[in-house]
Design a protein around this ligand. Structure first.
Ligand code: ASP
Ligand code: MG
Length: 419
């Protein structure tokens, strides 16, 4: 017997028929003798609608009431799944965040989980009852409903898994795992059997929107393996016997040490959410970068890549950096007034850029990964405008017209193509 957390996202509970299929997945695990806590999202599209209504009601609204409204979608699906499970003869009860209780801080809209009271929940699990938990929500010390930010049901799942010491945390979604690249661009992309927490964090923040980043951070901290798998697989076909070997049905997000067959590179991602700003011939003296990036920080603009040249004449240099596309205008408005004080020659900008990244824990111990990337891009005549690296990631900024070509080329160069 194992204790399982099963989380189902919005598309998996999109309507009553889909919720019936979810119930069959749950029943399968119950019949295999497991204790099960299920975490549900709101029906697909519901949270968007609720958010929209709060805006329509008043563009400037009380964040506490925002949480009251947007948390409602999960209340509906938790009740519906409990009803359907009961109708199938499976003992089940719904739980809202405040009933557990799942305690958070007061940051409405993106609250942090402080504590999960597990005793009530565990007592019911021990009695053989399925706990159907509304994701995405908790309760503050002030006794108000809080929510965790979009995609927050993943974080509920990991928090509950950690609290009840679950053996597994299965994240059911509309894809059957995490892929080596975006299958819409790379038809040869393959499902990863295992990926480390760290790689997943890079993949998640770079646009592989399978898991909320915070949930992966929490899973890494508490060492909770997460299995990303599809709720669209036939629940009947996934017999109990099959469940022993999960590597066949999804992607396991786990500790690096548990990955036997390590690849140097695990995935290629791209992000179109980048805009480039270049200051030509800005003064090369102490304090210039501090001033520019200080003002951008004050304006709450997140700078990603930064490139500064060594000054050729000792007086001037060029400075390039990237910001999210949505902050491009604002960033320009922050920099323009500095024209006098920094006496730069020109301010250039472009949104026709894309950031392509190569990710893999194997980079730590392998030389030449970057060189291979640059050579592959050069062979295709793709110019690199900026570069940034971390221990397990190399990113380049290129002309967005070459997105597909670059991603496909790198995917095959690092031997990730389906064979
Ligand atoms: N329903 C929430 C959202 O759409 C939380 C979740 O689905 O994880 O963001
Ligand atoms: Mg999600």
């Amino acid at each position: 017997m194992a204790r399982l957390v099963m989380k189902f996202g919005g598309t998996s509970v999109a309507d009553i028929e889909r919720i019936r299929i979810v119930a069959q997945h749950v029943k399968r695990e119950v019949e295999a003798g497991h204790q099960v806590a299920v975490i549900v999202s709101a029906m697909a599209g519901t949270t968007n609608q609720l958010v929209e209504w709060t805006r329509e009601a008043s563009p400037l609204h009380d964040a506490r009431e925002y949480d009251t409204v947007v948390s409602a979608g999960e209340q509906v699906t938790s009740g519906l799944l409990a009803i359907i499970l009961q109708s199938m003869g499976v003992s089940a009860r719904s739980w809202q965040g405040w009933q557990i209780p799942l305690r958070t801080d007061e940051t409405h809209g993106s609250a942090r989980i402080d504590d999960v009271e597990d005793s009530l929940l565990v007592a019911r699990l021990d009695e053989g009852q399925v706990a159907v938990v509304a994701g995405f929500q908790g309760i503050s010390d002030a006794g108000r409903i809080t929510t965790f930010g979009r995609g927050g049901s993943d974080t509920t799942a990991v928090a509950i898994a950690a609290a009840i010491k679950a053996d597994r945390c299965d994240i059911y979604t509309d894809v059957d795992g995490v892929y080596t690249s975006d299958p819409r661009i790379v038809s040869n992309a393959t499902r990863l059997e295992r990926v480390s927490y760290e790689e997943m964090l890079e993949l998640a923040s770079l646009g592989a929107k399978v898991l909320q980043t915070r949930s992966v951070e929490m899973a890494m901290k508490h060492d909770i393996p997460m299995m990303v798998r599809s709720s669209f697989d036939d629940p009947e076909a996934l017999s109990a016997a099959f469940c022993g070997d999960n590597s066949v049905v999804g992607t396991l997000v786990c500790d690096e040490d548990e990955i036997v067959e390590k690849h140097v590179v695990s995935g290629i991602t791209y992000s179109r959410d980048e805009a480039k700003i270049t200051l030509l011939e800005v003064q090369d003296k102490p304090g210039v970068s501090a001033e520019i990036f200080g003002l951008l920080a004050d304006a709450n603009i997140n700078v990603d890549m930064i490139v500064q040249n060594v000054s050729a004449n000792g007086a001037h240099t060029d400075l390039t950096f990237t910001v999210p596309v949505s902050d491009f205008e604002r960033a320009n408005n922050v920099i323009k007034p500095l024209e006098e004080s920094l006496s730069y020659r020109d301010l250039l900008g472009s949104t026709d850029v894309v950031k392509v990244s190569v990710i893999g824990v194997g980079m730590r111990s392998h030389a030449g990964v970057a060189a291979k990337m640059f050579k592959a891009l050069a062979d295709k005549n793709i110019n690199i405008q900026a570069i940034s690296t971390s221990e397990i990631k190399i990113s380049v900024l290129i002309d967005s017209a070459y997105t597909e070509l670059a991603v496909r080329t790198l995917h095959s160069v690092y031997e990730l193509d389906k064979t």
